[in-house]
Design a protein around this ligand. Structure first.
Ligand code: GLA
Length: 380
């Protein structure tokens, strides 16, 4: 159990050296944990994530002309850009396609990619691949592309090329996070406010070790229901509804739309209240909002799972726990807790023992430090 992010950078450089010699540029993009504001981003709402000290890293150099270039990924093999695209490389090729359409095209390049972000754990490993690839392409193209633009390209990959109607949270926090802070993001204006985690508290990420395939269709169904609810209410997005009471016209005739929208509208309120609580260092209030968020995701949005509910319950009964909830898209993967720093060791033991007794699998627990957003380092 450690807060060290691992050594993806060293592994990417070593892989590049072995294949092609010294890299010229190193790009890194972190995973994230969302503290509150779940399933609000694609409703133009508010989110409050922070970057984690786990990175996807690409060691990059210019490739000889005549091809578009090549990517090597540890554990997955190699792939020629613009050639046949194996499953693991779809994000890379799609990022290239989206950026090329926007007029940003790198000359032939090669990259060795390594990651320390657990996959399928709701910690945004695919967004990190998109952001890292975007930065590599921009660097090789010699184009100045800011973090917001890279995040938009990443979101376009998900929505347009891969057909999953996600929001922009994961890419934006990976691209723009500030070390030591969470970010309140207004997903309509993309305005971002950095807010420190309350003093004397620690964010603990808790991996249930459950993974689920085929959640994309569940995700798309939730997004479509939200759109329908907004349509029925005559607004552009559920962000435009200020109060759950304003959903009354849906309650009887459209109970599913009402339930989903009630989550989104109340979650936006909670996220803004949570940002205020962070601003004034009110850890207890923040934790209570995390608890309410989980209950709403479980009961109204129906994206939790038995394992997520269980680890959240165990966490809430643990020493120093101020609040706990599932994080990310849901159905499997990770939950997150806010814990008094003096109790973190006892808390981690409590959750590890309790969850392993229930599931038979030892959970992974990371007392988290808010890490910096993506970066580009030029070596040559
Ligand atoms: C996934 C999506 C995000 C967001 C979350 C739920 O991580 O990629 O855009 O919708 O789920 O909050």
């Amino acid at each position: 159990m450690s807060t060290d992010g691992g050594d993806a950078r060293a592994r990417a450089i070593a892989a590049h050296r072995e294949a092609w010699g010294e890299p010229e540029t190193i790009v890194r993009a972190p995973g994230r944990v969302n503290l509150i504001g779940e399933h609000t981003d694609y409703n133009d709402g508010f989110v409050l994530p922070m970057a984690l000290p786990f990175d996807t890293v690409i060691a990059v150099s210019e490739a000889p002309g005549g091809t578009a270039g090549e990517i090597r990924s540890e554990g997955f093999g190699r792939f020629e850009i613009d050639g046949d695209v194996p499953d693991w490389a779809v994000y890379i090729q799609a990022m290239r396609d989206v950026m090329r359409e926007a007029g940003i095209e790198a000359p032939a390049w090669r990259g060795a990619i390594a990651t320390d972000i657990p996959t399928g754990a709701s910690l945004s490993s695919s967004a990190a691949v998109e952001v890292a690839t975007g930065l590599a392409i921009a660097a090789q193209a010699g184009a100045a592309v800011d973090g917001v633009a890279i995040a938009r390209f990443g979101q376009e990959v998900e929505t347009r090329l891969l057909g999953v109607p996600t929001g922009i949270m994961d890419q934006l926090i990976s691209a723009t996070a500030s070390a030591g802070s969470a970010s309140l993001i207004d997903c309509r204006s993309l305005a971002t406010t950095s807010l420190p985690v309350p003093p004397n508290t620690t964010v603990v990420v808790m991996d249930t070790m459950t993974r689920r395939e085929l959640v994309d269709s569940e995700f798309a169904a939730r997004a479509a229901t939200c759109l329908r609810a907004a349509d029925l209410l005559g607004v552009d997005a559920l962000r435009d509804i200020a109060d759950v009471a304003d959903l009354a016209p849906l309650e009887t005739k459209h109970p599913l739309e009402w339930r989903r929208a009630a989550h989104v509208v109340s979650e936006n309120e909670r996220t803004l209240a949570a940002a205020e609580a962070l601003g004034s260092g009110e850890a207890v209030a923040f934790g209570a909002l995390m608890n309410e968020s989980h209950d709403s995701l479980r009961d109204r949005y129906e994206v939790s799972s038995p394992a997520l509910d269980r680890i959240v319950d165990i966490a809430r009964g643990g020493p120093g726990c101020l609040g706990a909830r599932m994080t990310g898209g849901g159905f499997a993967g990770c939950a997150v807790a806010l814990v008094r720093s003096e109790d973190v060791d006892a808390f981690v033991r409590h959750v590890a023992d309790g969850y392993e007794t229930w599931s038979g699998d030892a959970p992974r627990l990371w007392p988290g430090v808010a890490a910096a957003g993506a970066s580009v380092e030029t070596l040559a």
